[in-house]
Unconditional design. Structure first.
Length: 358
């Protein structure tokens, strides 16, 4: 119903403005061009101040109507996201103040100093001091904001705390796959030549690397609350983007170029359900990069839980290596194919060395 009234108001305003413009044309014919121009000038001045008032009311109303539907009232779900929210609010405050001052003056001056009989505009062509002032002040202000932003960026993409968990996330059309290191806390190596292997090794894990034998693969990300987590981000096909809106973070997933990002979850999923008043709330992973026809379906789920719940979940998972080993013995497994590819590469390198010596 609210949308209907808003549309009706917009239509009525359009009709009123159209009628005023048509009436001004008739007046110009009756009164003559000069008299019509002066009258149009007054009408435009009135419209300027009207648009200013209605615009400010509209800004306030939209903020009142939609602010509660944004993620801002919930607060950041990560410790590092708080700094991002603070930087965002400072940026909005500075740019918003400049916007309101300049726009109010723009519309007010158009109304206040419109053409009148006996008044002449003051000719003020140039002022070096004024030019330097309104150029240097914004430049210095934005430079300071950029410096704070870069410091935060280097922190989030740099080395995480020593107690950080490591989770690898790989994007593909159109979904996400996660890989956790086992008890050795080391992720096994990957070989791009094993990607999309029909035998099941779709992540291209090199099973010749002993570190890969206890790695766990899942389709849902689980994280312990209050513990830093480092994401190692990959893509199997095109550029994707790991969007973590509730944590105030995002990072591109680029084929062939792993990227990293770390953060510390503040609230469990259950706590966020209470904070939002939504019993069905889940943390989402969105792909924030157009990646194909099924882009809209590329949604992942993050479960943030207590440390005890996380340990129980992790202990219940089977390693990808053991899962693939349990496949039908008559079917070549991903592990066998991995070994064959590695042997083939080793033989090729050996032959190349012999040829180089000869």
């Amino acid at each position: 119903m609210t949308a209907f009234f808003l549309i009706a108001i917009c239509v009525i305003l359009f009709v009123v403005i159209f009628q005023i413009s048509k009436a001004s044309e008739y007046v110009s014919v009756l009164k003559g061009e000069e008299a019509s121009r002066k009258q149009n000038n007054k009408i435009n001045g009135f419209l300027m101040i009207s648009f200013l008032i209605l615009g400010l009311i509209g800004v306030w109303y939209c903020n009142h109507l939609f602010y509660g539907k944004t993620l801002l009232p919930q607060g950041s779900a990560s410790v590092e996201g708080e700094s991002i929210d603070t930087l965002l609010m400072v940026t909005i405050a500075i740019t918003g103040l400049a916007f309101f001052i300049t726009q109010i003056l723009l519309f007010w001056f158009s109304f206040r100093y419109q053409e009148k009989e006996g008044k002449k505009a003051f000719y003020y062509p140039h002022n070096n001091k004024l030019e330097i002032l309104w150029t240097t002040v914004p430049a210095i202000t934005f430079m300071i904001l950029v410096v704070f932003g870069l410091r935060l960026w280097f922190k989030l993409t740099g080395e995480p705390p020593k107690n950080a968990h490591v989770v690898e996330i790989t994007g593909h059309q159109f979904g996400w796959d996660m890989r956790y290191p086992g008890k050795d806390n080391v992720l096994g190596k990957k070989n791009y030549k094993l990607y999309n292997n029909p035998s099941g090794n779709t992540l291209g894990v090199d099973f010749n690397d002993p570190a890969s034998h206890d790695d766990i693969r899942t389709s849902e990300m689980h994280l312990p609350v209050g513990v830093p987590v480092k994401l190692v981000i990959n893509s199997m096909d095109v550029i994707h983007d790991v969007g973590l809106n509730h944590f105030r973070l995002k990072m591109d997933a680029v084929p062939g170029i792993p990227t990293t990002l770390w953060f510390t979850p503040k609230y469990t999923t259950k706590q966020m359900q209470k904070r939002t008043g939504n019993p069905n709330f889940v943390y989402e992973i969105s792909c924030d990069q157009m990646c194909g026809k099924g882009h809209f379906t590329m949604r992942g789920v993050i479960v943030v839980e207590t440390k005890e719940e996380y340990k129980r979940w992790l202990a219940a998972q089977k390693s990808e290596y053991s899962t693939l080993m349990a496949q039908n013995a008559t079917t070549p497994t991903a592990i066998e194919n991995s070994i064959q590819v590695t042997k083939s590469e080793t033989a090729t390198k050996a032959i190349a060395k012999l040829e180089a010596k000869n």
